[in-house]
Design a protein around this ligand. Sequence first.
Ligand code: SF4
Ligand code: SF4
Length: 484
Amino acid sequence: MSEKIPTRDVTPDSVGHHTPHAAASPGAVQQEMYARRRHIYVREIKGLFQRLRRSANWLLMLAFFGLPWIQWGDRPLIWFDLPSREFHIFAATFYPQEFMLLSWLLIICAFGLFFITVFAGRVWCGYTCPQSVWTFLFIWVEHRLEGARNRRIKLDRAPLGLEKAWRKGGKHAIWLAIALATGLTFVGYFTPIRQLVVDLTTLEAHGWSYFWVGFFTLFTYLNAGWLREQVCIYMCPYARFQSVMFDADTLIVSYDAARGEPRGSRKKSLSHEEARAAGHGDCIDCDLCVQVCPTGIDIRDGLQYECITCAACIDACDSVMDKMGYPRGLIRYTTENALEGQQTHILRPRLLGYLAALLVMIGLFAWAVSDRDLVGLDVERERGQLYQMTRDGRISNIYTLTVRNLDREAHDYRLSVSGLPGLTLDTASLRVPAGESRLEVIEITADPAVLEQPSHAIQLHLQSQQNEEIALEHEARFLGDVRR
Ligand code: SF4
Ligand code: SF4
């Protein structure tokens, strides 16, 4: 629910954290390394960008909370199974050996972030960053329990009474419940969540499950409930280095000082033209843009690294402009070039460079994923024993095989060995379900007469009986004593 346009009530407590630099210059702003924190009472506002932001937030939360509950066959749709070292993502299963793919994915994310930042500034922070999403959710709860901004200020100043106790207690209880759901869901990406919930409630879960759920519950509660904008301002490295990616054509939330100054109150009966003729700029100095800012800054002071581009100040100022009968856009998404009356270049070499790198990486990644082997094999010799003699005088070597089925269907694999004449194998075939791996201990024997050296290279062959294109060969060493 939006509140009425406020009269200017610039008391230190009521406007939250004011930066100490009130000049309306869009250039450099002197910042302190660490300013004493003042509680920010964020005012709720409605508008186009807040609708967009909330839609993005709800969608992301729906995905985060919902995905671990969805099953894919007999396993979760997304499951990072650390003990088995298997990472199930939709139909695909990845293993640590495919770590390269993960590296590529991270590089793609990095280039994606660079591209978005050069194009649209910190739009990631304002619309999709988990810190912002959860902080907005916690503020939403606060608003429902403690009321609009002015009521919250009053409530905080009031002595502890029954009403204050239940409102504050209720807020923290709901915050903790959301934090617990978040912690549980996060752990649910690593342990099947349906079983996890049952185990936790029946007190049969592993101790580490309680620890990690508790850890992420506390982490969420502190970050979104208490630290809030402090994470963005002091802890997030992205906030610090993103400014080097900005250029004069990057989309930023900006106050149009040329149009807004000189700011100041005026009679509401004055039309826009009359106010301009009387020497007024369009800013009525109502402070609403400051009161809605989740990081407590005044966008009229110029571009600041605390700005997470949430556009709340745009919606706030537009609502003021509507009420005054002035054109919208005193605060708007724009570029430095546009503000200076110059042309904005959307397609520029830097942006195209990031886009090209991004497309190449996505193409390579897609090719690597589609071309990945659908079967994997690791071979490990038995430790502590080089070889042994069988009763019939043959030399025996023991190996442990790990066969990974990366396909969506179960496979029966035929196993064979070559590299020396007369090699025998005690296991001819094995079955591995879709997306799983299987350990198998096998014995390979050879006639000592064919051994010409202590160590021979041999080849193990795996061939799917369902699909002849799924096959691989793996080299191993066969050891024996040539003196025999
Ligand atoms: S920029 Fe807009 S919202 Fe901010 S003080 Fe001026 S008129 Fe009010
Ligand atoms: S200055 Fe505006 S866009 Fe930036 S964080 Fe504050 S409200 Fe959001």
